[in-house]
Design a protein around this ligand. Structure first.
Ligand SMILES: [Fe+2]
Length: 157
């Protein structure tokens, strides 16, 4: 059985393709966790590996955003990073509870979905106009690395 627990919609788009794609990965991992832990009551080892992946990808994704804040000197960086720290703590807490034998239940899944969607809709959407004003493009050729893209946006007008 599988269901789209965190369905992607345009409402969740921040208007920067690369960031949207990373957010879609987070939504995908949330859906995997929901399907495995809630719908299929799956193997704890599988649930644990999804949780680990979700934690790792969350850390990577937040680091990408925070690198952009530093590169472009985003004035709201500190406040945004505090939200990231809080979200990371919450996800680590889910893992700790799981390690102690608690199950990933529907209530936890709702919390996770709410944290992610609220963060994207409120905090993340705030940075888009700023990044675009600094030359970041909403779409990029697929072949370029992030650093190449940023370099080009800053040096080729
Ligand atoms: Fe963020």
């Amino acid at each position: 059985m599988s269901r789209e627990f965190l369905a992607w919609s345009e409402e969740l788009s921040v208007g920067i393709q690369e960031i949207d794609e990373q957010h879609k990965v987070l939504a995908g991992l949330t859906n995997c966790l929901f399907n495995e832990a809630i719908l299929n009551k799956g193997d704890p080892a599988v649930i644990e590996s999804i949780l680990n992946e979700l934690i790792q990808y969350t850390i990577i994704h937040f680091s990408v955003e925070e690198s952009l804040f530093r590169i472009f000197n985003y004035p709201e960086a500190d406040a945004h990073q505090m939200h990231h720290s809080q979200l990371k703590r919450e996800v680590f807490e889910i893992k700790e509870k799981f390690n102690k034998g608690e199950t990933v239940d529907l209530e936890l899944m709702h919390l996770l979905r709410d944290w992610l969607t609220k963060h994207i809709k409120i905090e993340d959407k705030l940075y888009t106009p700023f990044f675009l004003s600094k030359g970041l493009k909403p779409h990029w050729p697929k072949s370029r690395s992030w650093i190449g893209k940023i370099w080009n946006s800053m040096h080729i007008k």
